[in-house]
Design a protein around this ligand. Structure first.
Ligand SMILES: NC(=O)c1ccc[n+]([C@@H]2O[C@H](COP(=O)([O-])OP(=O)(O)OC[C@H]3O[C@@H](n4cnc5c(N)ncnc54)[C@H](OP(=O)(O)O)[C@@H]3O)[C@@H](O)[C@H]2O)c1
Length: 281
């Protein structure tokens, strides 16, 4: 059995569909079964748990050969945060999986590091370290920013800050295919795989591409950096937007593709066209 924590999310849903289509037994862990109702009849089981509560995990991890962590606490409020979910919640999940001898596949971010400017990247780094020090067999998949998420965030042509910083974006479909490979291929244990898209784009470039694909005209509006700076101490999103507008977020995806060269590397135009068609349908 494969337990997918975060199975109700964007990446998790695609992964659950892929694994289930192979006839594999997939258990989705969610805090709220309503969030996973689109997977009823696809996953073998939908179970309720919270990675922040270790005691809720033991029974759910029982019988799992593989545990995938596709959770994140970035969009949360209050007790939901990168520290509580991505760092401490992942540590709980990893410890329980290690007790049961399960293989852990951890979703992380390209650029995760101890001193990163973004809390999420520091929390993912801590989770990676925890996993590598644990007794569990492991695989880490680090990905760049998901195009499909940003297409949703940029439903209106608004750019945070100057929008001229090149950033690597990847299609979540390609990441799901790599994670599926990590679940299935024991040769990838003990590896950190980095997945990105074939091109770096600025937020301005992304906004213009989205306008073209949506058949919209008009100028792209900016949330000024001054406003982001004022909001940053109180808002994780404002702080992250400011960082994404400034630091190096480029990535040479081609150089990292050795272990999964046969998996598609979808260009931004095709990935966004698919996302917009799916959204309209
Ligand atoms: N989005 C990106 O651009 C990006 C880039 C690189 C890496 N990643 C990583 O890829 C993975 C998937 O990202 P995504 O954008 O697909 O996520 P998403 O759609 O935002 O879904 C987040 C998932 O986390 C689960 N979750 C949150 N807090 C939880 C908790 N306390 N206990 C259990 N589950 C919890 C949610 O489940 P319920 O709400 O159903 O409980 C949901 O399924 C994450 O690990 C993320 O950090 C994302």
């Amino acid at each position: 059995m494969i337990l997918v924590a975060g199975g109700s999310g964007r990446l998790g849903t695609l992964l659950v569909r892929r694994l289930s289509a192979r006839g594999l037994d997939v258990r989705v862990l969610t805090r709220d079964p309503l969030r996973a109702q689109h997977l009823a009849g696809v996953a073998s089981e939908i179970v309720v748990g919270d990675v922040r509560e270790r005691s809720s995990l033991r029974k759910l991890v029982e019988e799992a050969e593989t545990v995938v962590s596709a959770v994140h606490g970035f969009p949360g409020k209050g007790r939901v945060s990168p520290a509580s979910v991505d760092r401490d919640g992942n540590a709980n999940l990893i410890d329980v999986a290690a007790e049961k001898g399960a293989h852990v596949v951890l979703l992380s971010v390209v650029g995760a590091s101890r001193n990163h400017a973004m809390e999420l990247f520091r929390a993912k780094w801590a989770a990676e370290q925890h996993l590598r020090a644990s007794a569990a067999p492991w695989t880490v998949v680090r990905a760049t920013a998901y195009l499909e998420l940003w297409a949703e965030i940029m439903a209106k042509p608004i750019v945070f800050g100057r929008g001229r910083n090149p950033i690597n974006f990847v299609s979540v479909h390609d990441v799901a295919a790599v994670v599926e490979r990590c679940v299935l291929d024991p040769a990838l244990r003990g590896r950190v795989l980095e997945v990105g898209g074939p091109e770096d784009l600025t937020f301005l470039g992304l906004a213009e591409l989205l306008q073209q694909l949506r058949g919209e005209k008009g100028s792209v509006r900016h949330v000024p950096r001054l406003m982001l700076r004022a909001g940053a101490p109180f808002s994780r999103r404002a702080s992250a937007a400011l960082t994404m507008d400034s630091i190096d977020m480029t990535f040479d995806a081609a150089a990292a593709r050795g272990a999964f060269a046969d998996i598609p590397s979808t260009d931004a135009r095709s990935a966004l066209s698919r996302a917009l068609t799916e959204h309209a349908g």
